[in-house]
Design a binder for this molecule. Structure first.
Ligand code: ARG
Length: 303
């Protein structure tokens, strides 16, 4: 009853949903061990089928520039120490789904540990959960159904009590139905249909209460209808940039400034025409692993 998958099931408008605060805190993970040691998404191999190679000093500099930009934009930033043997930890949007205090039905901020689709990443979860516990979250049980990759697929609507949830290679429909039921939170399930867009955050960025950036063709037709129904301002990313530069893996904390990869200039222009201020950051080393601005941090709060 809380999960919606087709337009016919949508029985509310945004105005009907309780308001909640926009989170003001982000967790980032030190990239000391960031590397490509395995391939679990199509971005990680080159045309010859070989693992792409990371320039570690360059990756460190790109990560630091991102952190500096997050701090400069007024967000509170906590840094999670690196973990040996976990080259993907830097993508710390994926290991947990925080449920903010003003979203949880009992007013207590919770965190749901992810159930990673790939064994290679399972060792990251406890590390991220422990950090969130220290920040004041109560740790709830993982979903019975798997997989479920936290805020890679679960995106909180800015300012309203609503969850957008990607169903695809990294998160299952059943897991999201459990979350929706458990926290009694309206949840819109969107089906991902293209392997390059393997997390919802590669196909959709929620910018403001009425605005998003997205790539329609990465979603099933019935899912597109739901995005169009709830976002009067849906900015379409340049399709090539969405694939090669993960232009939709963008991040907007305040409804105005949008961080996105510097290679996504056509998308940045579209955002500008729609009234946003695009801020370019080079995430080239992280794109090799299939991630960019949005998934290199976990947006959370209030606790
Ligand atoms: N190499 C990582 C993986 O495939 C990248 C994760 C990027 N995260 C994201 N939410 N898009 O799991």
């Amino acid at each position: 009853m809380f999960a919606i998958e087709r337009l016919e099931e949508l029985d509310f408008t945004l105005d009907d949903l309780p308001r909640c605060r926009r989170p003001g805190r982000v967790l980032v993970a030190d990239p000391a061990h960031f590397d490509l040691e395995y391939a679990i998404n199509p971005h990680m191999r080159d045309e010859r089928g070989e693992l792409k190679r990371v320039d570690r000093p360059r990756a460190r500099a790109q990560w630091q520039a991102l952190v500096d930009a997050l701090v400069a934009s007024g967000l509170e930033v906590d840094v999670l120490p690196a973990l040996e043997g976990q080259p993907d930890l830097v993508f710390c949007a994926n290991q947990a789904l925080p449920v903010a205090a003003d979203v949880a039905p009992d007013g207590i901020a919770r965190v749901v540990p992810s159930r990673m689709a790939h064994a290679e990443r399972r060792g990251e979860v406890a590390h991220v959960i422990a950090a969130l516990e220290r920040l004041g979250y109560r740790v709830d049980s993982p979903t019975d159904a798997a997989p479920m990759e936290g805020m890679g697929d679960g995106l909180w609507h800015p300012g309203r009590r609503l969850l957008w949830a990607g169903v695809g290679p990294r998160s299952s429909r059943e897991a999201w139905r459990e979350i929706a039921q458990r926290y009694r939170v309206p949840t819109i399930l969107l089906e991902l249909v293209d392997p390059d867009f393997y997390h919802l955050d590669t196909a959709l960025a929620l910018l403001d209460e009425d605005a998003c950036l997205w790539l329609p063709e990465a979603l099933a037709p019935q899912s597109r209808e739901l995005v169009r129904a709830l976002f009067p301002r849906a900015v379409e990313a340049d399709p090539e940039e969405a694939r090669a530069r993960l232009a939709c893996n963008a991040f907007c904390a305040d409804g105005k400034r949008v961080f996105l990869d510097a290679g996504a200039q056509r998308t940045a222009q579209r955002l500008q025409r729609a009234g946003f201020t695009p801020l370019s950051l080079d995430t080239g080393e992280f794109l090799k692993s299939g991630g960019s601005v949005f998934c290199m941090k976990l947006l959370h709060g209030p606790v």
